[in-house]
Design a protein around this ligand. Structure first.
Ligand SMILES: NC(=O)c1ccc[n+]([C@@H]2O[C@H](COP(=O)([O-])OP(=O)(O)OC[C@H]3O[C@@H](n4cnc5c(N)ncnc54)[C@H](O)[C@@H]3O)[C@@H](O)[C@H]2O)c1
Length: 311
């Protein structure tokens, strides 16, 4: 297929490029590098089946030119804000980068009659609840602007899918970790400890407990869902049942960096406003389809730390 990946210079998008090129597709990446890095794609630039375009998806007329020039068969829409705390300070960030990028992509898909869409969604759409999160859990009440931007995106995708007959795959990711990450708790802890190897300051009480998924498992899961489900509209949680506490991550980072640092907790049950301290996915839908994560949450965290430290 002729595939557009938005946000393909980012952490997850660049791994998706690698995987889709292995499946012999032709890839065009559109990314404005606001959060992504061209180094993530250096190994692909120059390949005949790969093309990188530095552009802002919100420039819809430029996007129309790109859609016109390439006749895409499918779009993988990953571009979004990934700095959730920044989105909390300025609501326009998620309104524009998380929601409006989706609307811009949908407009182009409608105009140029592209009939297949994958969308990178998130556990953040579910908000804060102690329930097991099935795909049809509701009411959906996100507690971050990022979660709201993703939920609004899902709503418009659902409507465009029904109105313009666009076959759609949505997977809702948990916390994703691994090579090339540029944000998240592991990344923050490593940077803090590089700045001060004696003491690690942890936001919250360290009891925040979430599933972490290794990026290569995530990519396999995305492709498994896209290749094995055939409804017009397909929605799946993607993750593993195992979870890791923030205090365990802090210990693992200190161990892997071979330091003797003490840990200081700032207190409170969450890292920042908009953070969801705990969630549990119900994964029966994707497990019954035949996909199970290979690597559990603790091992995913451990591997990600080691890769980040160049081990
Ligand atoms: N990393 C995670 O743990 C996680 C969890 C749940 C969902 N997701 C979703 O997965 C996707 C990829 O996340 P990631 O962690 O790789 O983040 P990332 O920041 O590394 O990648 C996002 C990419 O989108 C690009 N982008 C943003 N706004 C753009 C615009 N207006 N025009 C063009 N490009 C733009 C950025 O430059 C960046 O390269 C995102 O949609 C994110 O919401 C990620």
């Amino acid at each position: 297929m002729n595939i557009l990946i938005t946000g393909g210079a980012g952490f997850i998008g660049s791994h998706l490029c690698d995987a889709l090129l292995k499946e012999n597709h032709k890839i065009v990446v559109v990314d404005n590098l606001i959060l992504g890095r061209i180094e993530n794609l250096n190994h692909l630039i120059g390949l005949e089946s790969f093309h990188f375009i530095e552009e802002d998806i919100l420039h819809i007329n430029k996007m129309r030119e790109i859609f016109k020039a390439h006749s895409f068969d499918m779009v993988f829409h990953l571009a979004a804000n990934s700095d959730i705390q920044k989105g909390g300070k300025d609501p326009e960030v998620d309104y524009n980068l998380t929601f409006n990028t989706t609307f811009s992509v949908l407009q182009c898909m409608k105009e140029f009659e592209v009939k297949r869409l994958f969308f990178a969604s998130t556990s953040a759409i579910y908000g804060e609840t102690s329930e097991n999160l099935t795909e049809d859990f509701g009411p959906l009440q996100p507690v971050s602007n990022y979660g709201a931007g993703k939920l609004a995106s899902e709503a418009f995708i659902s409507a465009f899918s029904a109105t313009y007959n666009i076959q759609t795959w949505i997977t809702r990711f948990p916390n994703v970790v691994g090579e090339r990450f540029t944000h998240g708790v592991i990344f923050d802890f490593i940077n803090k400890l590089k700045a001060n190897p004696q003491e690690l300051i942890v936001l919250g009480n360290g009891e925040q407990n979430k599933p972490y998924l290794y990026v290569k498992d995530l990519i396999e899961g995305i492709l498994f869902v896209c290749n094995n489900t055939h409804e017009r509209f397909n929605v799946y949680n993607l993750g593993s049942y195992s979870r890791t506490k923030v205090k365990e991550i802090a210990q693992m980072v200190i161990e892997e960096m071979e330091l003797n640092a003490s840990i200081k907790y700032t207190g409170g049950d969450r890292g920042w406003i908009g953070d969801v301290p705990e969630f549990k996915y119900d994964l029966s839908k994707i497990n019954e389809l035949g996909w199970v994560a290979k690597i559990n949450s603790n091992d995913s965290v451990r591997i990600a730390i080691q890769k980040a430290l160049g081990k």
